[in-house]
Design a protein around this ligand. Structure first.
Ligand SMILES: Nc1ncnc2c1ncn2[C@@H]1O[C@H](COP(=O)(O)OP(=O)(O)OP(=O)(O)O)[C@@H](O)[C@H]1O
Ligand SMILES: [Mg+2]
Length: 387
């Protein structure tokens, strides 16, 4: 889908009012108001004596996997409840909000874990981008990639950020000087010579980044076909190596590295943090996507938006989520990613949360998001992976 954004006046400064090109989306957009007009940063009075969280449909959802985990569970929206299962009928305990939440969480896990995902007919290449820093680009890229690989897909993560965070999370060496994506983009080294498999997940591969990439933005300026170097390298790699998904983790900028990622991809995946100023800068990002589409990569589309670091205790998170959904009803995944201690500590062990704590609320949310991404391509997929 294509979306065009325009900046509107708001008490909070610029926010975006986006008019998706489809008419059905337009009607929904026109009903929405701006984030800035409705934000309320005040903390809610705890609605539940159990956990002090605001009561947001379908109610407080404590993580039942670990006694120590205090993360807010992922929020479900209407109609997204787990499928009924005869085996799980006895979990239908709605005697208290807590029991309801636990039953819901257990049933979501039961329906998701081990469920087969449709395999795309052709490799799907997604660029994970947002020039705003720290919104969950890397965390979303590696965890969704890991979730898909655990479901039997072959997945490549291209770390295009000099910080090398995706390489760290995948347990892949990214010390300065090793063969990395820098050599691919700047020196034309074949991608196959830098790709390594993540030690923690079979079928999950990484083209690591090193700090050398920090100079690439400048070095690229004088190179031939500077915007298409990653695309060319990836195309050559895909010709002899099969993947179901490729995720390109971008740095927090709209420089030449991100442009290379846009040219190499078919889809743009935008993580949006459920925080103040979440939408600021989004219109610039969408404008850049449109420019790339016009001049360099006509097939590029914003296909996926994921709400990250959702905190069910604040009205702010719910309002940001509501606003994003109003602007991007088709692109925004139903699942939101909760703020989760497990998610944030996993990289320090060189792992994604999918292996570090697969039963945590964060892992469940990322598995659910991966499943939704896989099913979104239904038109061009075949039932495949079943492990
Ligand atoms: N769901 C979450 N719960 C808690 N912490 C999170 C969550 N998602 C991300 N974080 C933490 O927030 C920080 C920023 O996340 P991340 O590195 O994924 O963002 P980014 O957009 O890739 O950042 P950058 O722009 O620097 O590349 C990290 O410390 C990460 O561990
Ligand atoms: Mg990052």
């Amino acid at each position: 889908m294509t979306a065009n954004a325009e900046i509107n006046e708001s008490p909070l400064g610029p926010t975006e009012s986006v008019t998706p090109s489809q008419s059905s989306q337009s009607s929904q957009s026109s009903q929405s108001s701006h984030v800035g007009e409705r934000l309320d940063v005040s903390r809610e009075t705890p609605a539940s004596p159990h956990d002090g969280r605001e009561s947001i449909e379908p109610g407080p959802q404590p993580d039942v996997s670990r006694g120590t985990e205090s993360d807010a569970a992922p929020q479900l929206v209407d109609g997204e409840g787990p499928r009924e299962s005869g085996d799980l009928a006895d979990l239908d305990d709605d005697s208290t909000p807590l029991a309801t939440a636990i039953a819901l969480d257990v049933r979501r896990r039961s329906t998701l874990v081990g469920a087969p995902l449709p395999r795309p007919a052709a490799t799907r290449v997604l660029t994970v981008a947002n020039q705003k820093g720290g919104v969950g680009k890397t965390t979303s890229a590696v965890n969704i990639a890991a979730a898909l690989a655990q479901s039997g897909m072959r997945v490549l993560v291209i770390d295009l950020d000099p910080q090398g965070n995706a390489s760290t999370a995948l347990g892949v060496d990214h010390r300065s000087g090793i063969d990395s994506i820098y050599d691919v983009v700047v020196d034309g080294v074949p991608m196959s010579s830098v790709v390594v498999e993540s030690p923690s997940v079979t079928g999950l591969f990484c083209a690591p980044s090193t700090i050398d990439l920090a100079g690439a933005e400048i070095e690229l300026v004088s190179l031939v076909a500077r915007e298409g170097r990653l695309a060319k390298a990836l195309e050559a790699h895909l010709a002899d190596t099969a993947y179901d998904y490729v995720f390109i983790d971008c740095p927090p900028s709209l420089g030449l590295l991100t442009v290379n990622a846009f040219v190499a991809a078919r889809e743009v995946f935008i993580p949006i943090q459920c925080e103040y100023y979440a939408l600021e800068g989004l219109s610039q990002l969408l404008r850049n996507v449109e420019l790339i589409k016009t001049h360099l990569n006509p097939r590029l589309e914003v296909s996926t938006i994921l709400l990250t670091m959702f905190d069910g205790r604040t009205r702010l998170s719910a309002q940001v989520a509501e606003e994003v959904r109003a602007h991007f009803p088709a692109q925004t995944l139903r699942t939101t990613i909760p703020r989760s201690v497990r998610v944030s500590e996993a990289p320090s062990f060189g792992e994604t949360v999918m292996t570090y704590d697969p039963l945590s609320s964060g892992a469940l949310a990322y598995l659910e998001a991966a499943s939704q991404i896989a099913h979104r391509d239904a038109g061009s997929t075949t039932e495949g992976a079943d492990s």
